[in-house]
Design a protein around this ligand. Structure first.
Ligand code: PEP
Ligand code: MN
Length: 633
């Protein structure tokens, strides 16, 4: 049952509730949510819910109707995010775990770890105990394999996962690995589940070959009931009458599980299909269906693999797949999870900002009210639950807060794929030379119709939003000609406004985040006319902020003489060094009519000298020239 506690419940009252439940042999977990604190209590003895409801400090009691309790969405509404070292699984991120089916030798696992890490995997997999169908097949290297696994994980800075097949191995294995995997064949090995659960380490629980979703969630319940908090479900295909693929990957299980449970779910298309070439399309399908990550078999030499070679990806296939996932993730409103670059430390500046900033609590100024798209972008960029947004009313205030040092960073939108550049911000970049661009982030903009919790579509008379929000939803709004469209200074601000007004005839267009912040209802999701609506943001810091290591993009601003061919000659300097220009924009120079500044985004190649040589040449050619920032995308 779920026990919702009253706001301001006294410690002594809470203790009384605990004592009462404990006296009946109930296990209790406290979940402090944003709105209310609840206790989840699970036990064997039947107790009358009314008895609990009468205890002081108890607001109400809700039964959990499902046979699995701790694993159920009823028990916990928010998605569970699992941390393994500096890797997170769940929430708005896609985490990819990769490695060979089995650890075959020290060299093989070290090499594979390096390969998958370079392409962006966040965790290393590898079996040391292999439950093989044939007793004559390779059974794994056992403890020696785990020692190699640990060495490979440490050398690449990646947590590791390996399958446990017997409760007897549990204590020994936990010295070597970060996550236990319970294999499909052992999903209903209840003694194993109890043992692994009691170790309180993260667990990846594969779905059994013939398990229903309910069987699977009941197995998760065993782990949770015995102490594990961090259970990751893994769909790996089930047995059906189909024989073309090794198993039938049940993609539909992903949204089903998401609805029934708060636990993260990842997908293993390697065992799901058994065929290498089917792995990339099924990986993308799984991610699109809402999976929180993937578990993939990758081998440096699949032909020579001692197990599961035919389903193991070649390193370059894996690399290509990771790039495809990266391209897909903004469409889904998610971020691909990354590990910090190996040698980076906060002092020696990193590969990209978010790698180090994940570990400290930072403050970032943004324009707009709480729930603004800029705020969403900053949380996505830093992937840091501790990053705090500082709302500012004007873009210029963002620059000023960064300059004053009241915040660590600022974030500004610079360009929208439908509406074009935000010129004001280009002008501000020019105006504040002590601020530089240190990062870039792109998010997909999904607009929603938001109203009071008791409002229905039929109640709406007026719709508030930023003019861009109204324009981008024109088609949807045209289907309701009776609604009055009212421009407002800010999307999230329009939600704050209608929340305050409390009129159920008013709606606003903004992000889902804004609806959550102001406790409003989403009447309709995704109402933008063109779903390919992306906004690109710049992350700003003070000039003396350490330089980004390994930048791959730069933003420049320059002016050229007012004479024939001067812009052409300038751009030729980029072409000569084979530098790829990503954007060119011109803006009038304030106070100098009909004279222009040019803004250029350019890729920095691996050989950075080419870029710096071009910069020297451009400085000579330009009237004014400045590098606005060099950053990593
Ligand atoms: C494995 O991951 O190598 C494995 C044996 O998986 P499953 O338990 O899903 O067959
Ligand atoms: Mn395998």
């Amino acid at each position: 049952m779920i026990i919702v506690l009253k706001h301001g419940i006294k410690e002594s009252e809470k203790r009384e509730v605990y004592n009462f439940l404990a006296s009946k042999g109930y296990r209790i977990r406290e979940i402090a949510g944003e709105e209310e604190t609840v206790l989840g209590a699970v036990g064997i003895v039947q107790i009358d819910m009314r008895e609990v409801e009468l205890l002081p400090g108890v607001e109400r009691v809700i039964p959990i109707t499902k046979p699995y309790k701790l694993a159920s969405r009823e028990f916990k509404k928010e998605d569970t995010v699992i941390s393994v070292g500096n890797v997170k699984i769940g929430g708005l991120r896609i985490s990819v775990i990769a490695g060979p089916c089995a650890v075959e030798s020290r060299e093989q696992i070290l090499e594979t770890a390096h390969i998958v890490r370079e392409s962006g995997a966040v965790m290393l997999r590898g079996g040391a105990y292999k439950p093989r169908t044939s007793p004559y097949s390779f059974q794994g290297l056992g403890e020696r394999g785990l020692q190699y696994m640990k060495e490979a994980g440490e050398s690449e800075g990646m947590p590791t996962v390996s399958e446990i097949v017997s409760p007897e191995h549990a204590e020994m294995m936990q010295q070597y690995i970060d996550v236990f995997q319970i294999g499909a064949r052992n999903m209903q090995n209840y003694e194993l589940l109890k043992k692994v659960g009691s170790l309180c380490k993260p667990v990846i629980l594969k779905r059994g070959l013939a398990a229903t979703i309910e069987d699977w969630l009941m197995a998760a319940e065993y782990l949770l009931a015995h102490g594990a908090d961090n259970v990751i479900l893994c769909e790996r295909g089930i047995r059906t009458f189909e024989t073309y693929t090794r198993n039938t990957l049940d993609i539909s299980a992903i949204p089903v599980v998401k609805k029934l449970s708060h636990l993260p779910i990842i997908v293993d298309p390697s065992h799901g299909t058994g065929i290498r070439e089917k792995v990339p399309p099924m990986s993308l399908a799984a991610i699109s269906a809402g999976a929180d990550g993937l578990l993939l078999e990758v081998h440096p030499d699949p032909e020579g693999a001692l197990s599961d070679g035919p389903q193991s990806l070649y390193p370059d296939q894996f690399e290509k797949l990771m790039r495809d996932i990266e391209a897909l993730s903004p469409v889904l409103g998610k971020e691909i999870a990354r590990l910090p670059e190996k040698e980076s430390t906060p002092a020696d500046y990193p590969y990209s900002l978010r790698d180090v900033e994940k570990t400290r609590s930072i403050e970032v100024a943004f324009q707009g009210e709480s729930g603004a798209y800029s705020e969403m972008a900053l949380h996505r960029h830093f992937q840091n639950g501790d990053a705090r947004g500082l709302p500012c009313s004007r873009f210029e205030d963002v620059f000023l807060e960064v300059l004053k040092g009241t915040v660590d960073y600022g974030i500004i939108p610079i360009e929208n794929s439908l509406a074009g550049s935000i010129h004001e911000n280009y002008d501000l970049l020019l105006q504040y030379p002590d601020i530089k661009i240190v990062g870039e982030h792109q998010i997909r903009i999904v607009h929603n119709l938001i109203a009071k919790p008791d409002a229905e579509m039929k109640d709406i008379r007026k719709v508030y939003s930023h003019p861009q929000g109204l324009a981008q939803c024109a088609k949807f709004l045209d289907s309701h000609p009776e609604w009055k469209r009212i421009p407002f200074y800010d999307t999230a601000g329009s939600v704050a406004f209608i929340a305050k007004e409390g009129d159920k005839h008013c709606a606003a267009i903004a992000s889902i985040e804004a609806a959550r912040v102001y406790k409003m209802k989403v009447l309709k999701e995704g109402i933008e006319t063109n779903p390919r609506n992306y906004t690109r943001f710049f992350i700003l810091a003070r000039e003396e902020h350490p330089a980004v290591k390994n930048p791959n993009k730069a933003s420049l601003v320059f002016s050229v003489a007012d004479k024939p061919g001067s812009l052409f000659l300038f751009l030729k300097l980029l072409a000569e060094k084979n530098l790829n220009m990503k954007k060119l924009e011109s803006r009038p120079i304030p106070g100098t009519p009909w004279q222009y500044m040019f803004y250029v985004d350019v890729e920095i190649p691996e050989n950075r000298d080419l870029f710096f040589q071009a910069v020297e040449n451009m400085k000579k050619e330009a009237g004014t020239f400045r590098i606005l920032g060099m950053y990593r995308v």
